[in-house]
Design a protein around this ligand. Structure first.
Ligand code: TRP
Length: 449
């Protein structure tokens, strides 16, 4: 079967496109805001370096070794067939994530529209009511969420090169440009420096065990780690892609963009005296206010910045939803032998159903809850704090302890054409540091240690 391949730039842009998403621009700022700003960021960077990058390389190796979808990739590299369940777990996790992610992405589409037609201008109460009325509406957010899944579908059916790589090459540079424009505007506001300090000066008194777990979950979520997403993308890498260097570059870009997103939001928020810890509604309730108040003297600038901001969110979300969609699409295409458009359709339908249920659980239908949480919050918690770490844990056990050292070394060094100096360090991380780190944080959360 003819499979696509990413080009050299495509490898970085497509994978970074997967990594950079609402996780960076929506989830990271409110997580940092609620968990003490800079202290959270320090823990987060620690998780990226010690657990994230080694984990990324592990998934890259599994995917590129097999050049196949997640399930077959785990099957090919593992000594026993039951490891394929880690592949299944990844496919399941990313499908659930796409479901609730599409809801937030749909809100972004609505806010892009609303900011263009000027519906977001009004006082603070108006903006709050606007979000509450909109997000609890039974119909509108469902339609936007499904629209987002369909948009994703339209890219994915075009294939690996013509769809995914091309979208990333257009959207990623645009995203960076918009981000830099808004960061500059935000940091030039009066009193912005307090926001910068909040992000860069750690206050470790806020650090608790749950903050550790949140930082870990956020790091994995942001790198798209633990759900076979990187493994699926790596199956489109060529044999001469430098896996470690790519992982490093992507992690760096991802972290940089998360911090820039913070620098875009907090200086503006502090400048108008808004508290940074308003949670998930930060970018939908707090920011429209911030944009208006901050640019009260120049309403046109406020308008343009708001439109650019929501456009940026949509671009960031799209390159990520594409990657979650591709995991399942590749699986149904290659393992169930469906033509690619049909395989994509299966995923689009399943994810649309999850998205509609999650969206309704936000207020329209109170009954859609699990363990006392709305389905939306439950899916977020279940995937980011349980399924992702579990997937990453099992993957590191597989790679560290069960795959032959020769296979790992061959993939790590591109069959000996790269230096192997870092190979033992990486292997040591994958064998001990990653599983122990994930386990410790889990046990700590449960109160065992
Ligand atoms: N990393 C993306 C973000 O930061 C989200 C994402 C894309 C993801 N693909 C994934 C998360 C696969 C987990 C698994 O927004």
């Amino acid at each position: 079967m003819e499979r696509g391949n990413f080009g050299k730039v495509g490898v970085i842009l497509a994978t970074a496109g997967s990594a950079v998403g609402l996780g960076n621009v929506w989830r990271f700022p409110f997580m940092a805001g609620q968990n003490g700003g800079a202290a959270f960021i320090v823990l987060y960077i620690g998780c990226i370096l010690l657990l994230g990058i080694p984990g990324m390389v592990s998934e890259f190796i599994i995917g590129r070794h097999a050049q196949a979808n997640a399930q077959r990739a785990y099957d090919t590299i593992a000594p026993h067939r039951h490891w394929r369940f880690v592949g299944y777990l990844g496919i399941l996790t990313s499908t659930i994530i796409l479901g609730f992610y599409a809801v937030v992405a749909g809100w972004c589409l609505q806010y892009l529209y609303a900011s263009i037609v000027g519906q977001l201008s009004g006082d603070a109460d108006y903006v709050t009511t606007y979000f509450q009325t909109f997000s609890t509406d039974p119909l509108k957010p469902c339609l936007w969420a499904v629209a987002f899944v369909v948009l994703t579908h339209l890219v994915v059916v075009r294939g690996v090169k013509g769809g995914i790589e091309r979208a990333a090459k257009i959207l990623m540079p645009l995203l960076l440009l918009l981000l830099v424009v808004i960061v500059v505007a935000s940091c030039m506001l009066p009193g912005a420096s307090e926001g910068v300090r909040f992000l860069l000066q750690p206050d470790f008194s806020k650090v608790s065990s749950s903050v550790m777990l949140e930082a870990l979950g956020q790091a994995f979520f942001s790198l798209s780690l633990g759900t076979a997403c990187l493994c699926t993308y790596a199956s489109y890498f060529t044999k001469d892609t430098h896996l470690l260097a790519s992982a490093g570059q992507i992690a760096l870009l991802d972290t940089l963009i998360a911090i820039l997103a913070g620098l875009m939001i907090f200086p503006a928020a502090f400048s108008v005296g808004v508290q940074p810890d308003s949670g998930p509604s930060l970018i939908f309730i707090t920011l429209p206010n911030v944009f208006q108040q901050a640019f009260a003297q120049m309403p046109v600038v406020g308008y343009v910045i708001a439109v650019l901001f929501y456009a940026l969110l949509v671009f960031a979300a799209l390159t990520s939803t594409i990657s979650m969609h591709e995991i399942g699409t590749a699986f149904f295409h290659e393992e169930r032998h469906l033509p690619r458009p049909r395989a994509a359709l299966v995923l689009t339908i399943v994810c649309s159903v999850i998205a509609v249920l999650c969206s309704l659980s936000m207020g329209a239908v109170d009954a859609i809850s699990l363990f006392g949480m709305p389905l939306m919050a439950f899916c977020d918690m279940l995937t980011a704090q349980v399924m992702l770490p579990a997937g990453a844990f099992l993957t590191s056990i597989l790679v560290g302890w069960f795959v032959s050292r020769q296979v790992l070394r061959d993939e790590f060094t591109n069959r000996g054409s790269l230096r192997a100096t870092l190979f033992p360090i990486w292997l040591c991380c994958v064998r001990y540091v990653v599983p122990a780190g994930i386990l410790l944080i889990f046990l700590h959360q449960l109160g065992v240690v």
